[in-house]
Design a protein around this ligand. Structure first.
Ligand code: NAD
Ligand code: DAU
Length: 358
């Protein structure tokens, strides 16, 4: 038995793979292109685990994907691979269209052919789980009800538009071809192995490096934060028990303004690693020009996954953020490598030894 995970060297994908391999003996085939966001170091704890097969490649490489499907015969595919950073989608949307839309389309085509080739009962037991985002629903005004699964799609950035397009393709492949799909739309994740271009890890690493903490606009934008391991657990229950063709919103009922997040990070650092001059890290906060088209508020109504599949987050924001700050304090080498680009050199050196290509 095997599953195929795409994007399993990124932030959420690597947390998912690491958790999976501690809980299951089922093989994980991990297909990742190793863009700037993919980091094989994230997978160091499983580098000697024979149940982990890493393949460097693109979800849009139809021949490669077809070969992997034929060789490993996965019972499920979990599609994490994506370009994921909103700011990068604003400065350069092309890669987002290429991977998130065209790549997902090519992946779906390969998967459709594979699923059609399976005998029963494997064909009907097969699942394609697409990992998506709450950003497809657009922006909420204050006091507006949180996003439910029936909320209209209103994506506002090239990133969210590309994810929305991929969600629609996944839905269409179920409706038209009967592909057994599941989609999850999750809110903002945080936790270990988060690339320090995103708000929480950026604030931690900048604070420790005595750099400014850039807060966009007035800092009053609201996000709904979920610890990454809780997201991974939600994906596992949707894979196990989710109803085919359904979408499940995943969130932590944890809305916070960005400026409050930054202050919470600073307060933890003040406690866990005070500045040498004993000044508060919050003194490094710097308000900067706002993100163009910046969505004001996201909030997830997670009742469906909770009532139907009995999932709820294990971490509170307080416990999850403390673990996260601790992880960054304990892993300065990971941060240094990611920031210096040294991990890319390491990949070039190491890649041939650790990957397997068909
Ligand atoms: P990430 O940017 O950290 O990782 C993405 C991974 O995908 C990287 O390892 C990268 O190398 C790989 N990748 C990119 N293009 C690829 C391609 N063409 N073929 C194969 N691999 C490719 O992203 P993340 O934060 O871990 O997000 C994972 C998924 O979860 C994405 O689909 C994202 O839209 C979704 N999501 C993220 C969040 C969040 O808060 N980070 C929340 C909800 C949903
Ligand atoms: O909601 C889910 C989404 O969350 C995922 O789909 C995306 O992949 C993920 O990147 C994340 O998107 P956001 O744009 O919400 O995350 P980011 O960490 O980039 O920003 C969080 C908030 O903080 C947002 O309102 C912008 C703000 N921000 C961000 C950065 C990087 C700042 O104020 N300063 C910063 O330097």
């Amino acid at each position: 038995m095997a599953i195929l995970v795409t994007g399993g060297a990124g932030f959420i994908g690597s947390n998912f793979v690491l958790d999976w391999l501690t809980q299951s003996k089922e093989t994980v085939v991990n297909l990742d292109k190793l863009t700037y966001a993919g980091n094989l170091r994230n997978l160091d704890p499983v580098k000697d685990n024979s149940n982990h097969i890493f393949v460097r490649g693109d979800i849009g490489d139809s021949a490669l994907v077809a070969t992997l499907l034929a060789r490993y015969q996965p019972r499920a595919i979990l599609n994490f691979a994506a370009e994921s950073h909103v700011d990068r989608s604003i400065s350069g949307p092309a890669e987002f269209i290429e991977t998130n839309i065209v790549g997902t389309f090519r992946l779906l085509e390969a998967v459709r052919a594979y699923q059609a080739s399976l005998a029963q009962p494997d064909a009907s037991k097969f699942r394609f789980l697409h990992v998506s985002t709450d950003e497809v629903y657009g922006s909420l005004v204050p006091n507006e009800a949180a996003f439910s699964e029936s909320r209209r799609y209103e994506p506002n950035s090239p990133y969210s538009a590309s994810k929305a397009a991929s969600d629609h393709l996944v839905r269409a492949y179920h409706h038209t071809y009967g592909l057994p799909v599941l989609t999850t739309n999750c809110s903002n994740n945080y936790g270990p192995l988060h690339f320090p271009e995103k708000l929480i890890p950026l604030m931690i690493v900048n604070a420790l490096a005595s750099r400014p903490l850039p807060v966009y606009g007035d800092g009053q934008q609201i996000r709904d934060w979920l610890y990454v391991k809780d997201h991974c657990a939600a994906i596992r229950v949707v894979l196990d028990r989710g109803r085919i063709g359904e979408t499940y919103n995943v969130g932590g009922w944890n809305e916070k303004a960005n400026i409050d997040i930054v202050h919470a990070v600073c307060a933890l650092l003040d406690e866990m690693q005070p500045r040498i001059d004993a000044q508060p890290y919050a003194s490094q906060i710097s308000f900067v020009t706002d993100r163009p088209g910046h969505d004001r508020r996201y909030a997830i109504d997670a009742r469906k996954i909770s009532e139907e599949l009995d999932w709820k987050p294990a971490e509170t924001f307080e416990t999850g953020l403390r673990k996260t700050v601790r992880w960054y304090l304990d892993n300065p080498e990971w941060v240094r490598e990611v920031q210096s680009g040294a991990y890319r050199e390491w990949v070039a050196q190491q890649y041939l030894d650790v990957s397997s290509t068909p």
